[in-house]
Design a protein. Structure first.
Length: 204
């Protein structure tokens, strides 16, 4: 096995997958929802996903929180055992499912809509024609590039694309809200980034 050659192939495949993510007006609609419902009206972003998608959804939530948009990760299974109570009527749901038919996420949508029928839902999926996409107010499609996993099964390329799509939402929202370095410093007190946000000489 030539690891370096494998690396080159993966770098090309995943780079191509990212370049081919569909650029659509849906991103403007998603950012608009986040700005209006959360930044302007005081709601929060609630992200969710199952398995590897859940890990990406959790990362997106923490990134949004550090950049001025209150966000939490809701585990779709725990939602069925009381954690659904974290939802409030002014929130926005951001759901990740590569297949677009993850049963726990479908169930979460149904439960959330029973609680708050007008709760806006944004979906990131590799299956824009699937059931979950049809339940969403905004659908962001990954483009469905195949996984680089040799079995074609392990979430690899799909989670890379979802991470990048989350970055697009975060950065676009930061620009839309005028989020500043000073704003960042108020939310990030510790570590290297906390120091850097205050200037290299600052002490905390």
């Amino acid at each position: 096995m030539d690891v370096k050659q494998t690396m080159r192939e993966i770098l090309v495949a995943e780079s191509d997958a990212i370049r081919n993510i569909p650029v659509t007006d849906a991103y403007e609609k998603a950012v608009g929802l986040i700005v209006e419902k959360i930044h302007n009206k005081g709601g929060k972003l609630v992200t969710s996903g199952m398995g590897k998608c859940g890990q990406i959804a959790d990362n997106i939530a923490t990134t949004f929180s550090s950049t001025g948009i209150p966000a939490v990760f809701l585990h779709p299974s725990e939602a069925q055992h009381g954690d659904l109570g974290v939802l409030q009527p002014g929130d926005v749901l951001l759901l990740l499912s590569n297949s677009g038919r993850t049963s726990e996420i479908i169930a979460l949508v149904q439960l959330a809509k029973e609680l708050y029928s007008h709760l806006p839902i944004v979906v990131i999926t590799g299956n824009p024609g699937g059931r979950l996409a049809k339940m969403a107010d905004v659908c962001l499609a990954t483009g469905g590039a195949p996984e680089v996993c040799p079995l074609g099964l392990t979430p690899t390329t799909s989670t890379t694309m979802m991470t990048v799509m989350g970055d697009v939402l975060v950065v676009s929202t930061m620009k839309a809200t005028g989020f500043t370095r000073e704003d960042y410093a108020k939310r990030h007190h510790g570590g290297y980034l906390g120091q850097k946000s205050r200037g290299s000489d600052s002490q905390y």
